[in-house]
Design a binder for this molecule. Structure first.
Ligand code: G3H
Ligand code: 13P
Ligand code: ZN
Length: 324
């Protein structure tokens, strides 16, 4: 059955990004794969009065079932209506790698999709992205494209080195595809190991020069940053203290994200930070209360820590709190 996102209460990202651009903040885009993550994202964004983009990856669809995830998103909207004064929510496909997956999400009520043709030759990226844009725009759905390749792992695709976005390509890409936002590569990467630094060493700065050049060429156009987890060192320490083994896990410093959020960056993607906080809380319960076996007793504390983390990000990193 085909259903439009408008009937479900989601909004597309154009309106969110126009406000973010005008007011100098970034909309958080948080991934979810299960109920506790979704509850935490919705509760945190509702309480901090922040718009939010709920992200579903291909991996999440394979893990949790595409239909169920979509209905969970719809449930989140209904839950917020009951709480009163809902904040704007977009349901977004993260790293769509084919026209078919984008079409399936659009038909099942997603308000936004990413078509990630960044690994393809330039002209193929344009052709695929344009095809998705035509289908999406006919239904009011927003489309995010990508130029440049992040180092690290994206679903099944992995790249050892960054291929930074070439600013000379962005105008042509946006004009010929019609995308509503563009993900660029300026030194972030997916996962918990973003930079190769020794303990105590500071991480190299992101390539703000590329971001500036891109925004000069695309004035007022929404830019997206992937791979933007900060890899909270307290979460890493807790994981390691309670039997985990994460060595030299480092992320993007909050100050750099804050700087990006005040510029043309309108959407910032975070997944790994949620995974780390959740794992830390669960490991702690398992270590301190070994007789506990009710999932609510370890998923509950994990959810509470997630809410805290998302609220902190909305308030002091992305600047999205208090906007609605
Ligand atoms: O960019 C990748 C996201 O963190 C999603 O990760 O494909 O493991 O669900 P996943
Ligand atoms: P992180 O791995 O840094 O959380 O990035 C998530 C992301 O970009 C999802 O698309
Ligand atoms: Zn990503």
């Amino acid at each position: 059955m085909t259903v439009s996102y408008k009937e479900l209460g989601f909004i597309n990202t154009q309106e969110m990004f126009a406000k973010a651009m005008k007011e100098g903040f970034a909309v958080p885009a948080y991934n979810f794969n299960n109920m506790e993550q979704l509850q935490a994202i919705i509760t945190a964004c509702f309480e901090s009065r922040s718009p939010v983009i709920l992200q579903v990856s291909k991996g999440a669809r394979d893990y949790a079932n595409a239909t169920l995830l979509c209905w969970m998103g719809r449930g989140a909207i209904e839950m917020m209506k009951e709480m009163g004064a809902p904040v704007p929510v977009a349901l977004h496909l993260d790293h769509g790698d084919s026209f078919e997956i984008c079409q399936s999400c659009i038909d099942s009520g997603f308000s936004s999709v990413m078509i990630d043709g960044s690994h393809l030759p330039y002209e193929e990226n344009i052709a695929l992205t344009k095809k998705v844009v035509e289908y999406a725009h006919a239904r009011g759905v927003s489309v995010e494209g990508e130029l440049g390749v992040l180092a690290g792992i994206e679903d099944e695709v992995s790249a050892e080195h960054h291929t930074y976005t070439d600013p000379a390509q962005v105008e042509d890409f946006v004009k010929r595809t019609g995308v509503d936002s563009l993900a660029i590569s300026i030194g972030t990467s997916h996962g918990a190991y973003k930079f190769k630094v020794k303990p105590g060493e500071s991480v190299p700065p992101l390539r703000f020069d590329i971001l500036e050049e891109v925004s000069k060429r695309l004035p007022g156009f929404p830019i997206v940053l992937h791979g933007a987890s900060s890899v909270d060192q307290k979460a890493v320490e807790t994981i390691n203290k309670y039997g985990g083994k994460l060595e030299n896990a480092v992320g993007v410093p909050a100050e750099q994200l804050r700087k990006a959020a005040k510029s043309a960056v309108c959407k910032i993607n975070v997944d790994s930070d949620g995974r780390l906080v959740m794992t830390a809380a669960i490991r702690k319960v398992f270590a301190e209360k070994p007789s506990e076996f009710d999932p609510r007793k370890y998923l509950g504390p994990a959810r509470a820590d997630l809410i805290k983390m998302y609220k902190e990000k909305n308030e002091s990193v992305f600047g999205s709190a208090g906007r609605y």
